[in-house]
Write a protein that binds this ligand. Sequence first.
Ligand SMILES: [Zn+2]
Length: 236
Amino acid sequence: MSEISELKIKLAMSSRMLFNSGLVDYSGHISVRVPGSDHLLILPHPVSRATVVPDDMVVTDFEGKPIEGKYKAPSEVYMHARAYKARSDIQSVAHLHNHMVATLSMVDKPFFPASSNPGAFFGPGALPKYMDPALIHTNEQGDAVARALGKADAVMLRGHGSMVVGQAIEWVFAACVDLEEAAARFYKASLLGAVLVYNEDETQRVMKGRRKDSVVQKIWDHNVAKTKLAGLMAGI
Ligand SMILES: [Zn+2]
């Protein structure tokens, strides 16, 4: 099987897994860099995230222009395209309208993921926030999101959701799961009192056990099994 075919399969699987985890609904998307090119593979605009198949994927360049595919790209493809353009180290990008992260993005208060172990995946400090609530429909807006992301693994989009980036589809999927869990715990803990954010040393020690291929693979395999049990992997 070709590398591109494998990437298309992983995109379709991760989309259905994100759906099954409640992290995407009728919108939200995940993409991957086409190795060795200035192109990306992404979910199509009109197909359900719960039933998308590998052959539905579309290819665009890093300006969001269509290159290949029977469908059009998502309207917010510019967020993905400009993240790849800005960060040569990232291979995969997800954009989620994830409920808990979007909720935390709406208050004028920093969100420190590293106050629970899943959140330590993102390292010390507050998650960066992109303040413009408009949808990302141009390259200029995509560039602005990439600037807000900086060197981080994720950025909150105020009142909208988040963008998560990483070194592979499996890593980005695991990070999406961890980020929403960290946001849910941070929200609940905030209701009870001041949150005990991990200090630098604590974060580094927890990160060491969290940011590992074996943990990422475990999260991936669990969600493959869970999504199959839900009957949502047929046709891949
Ligand atoms: Zn969006």
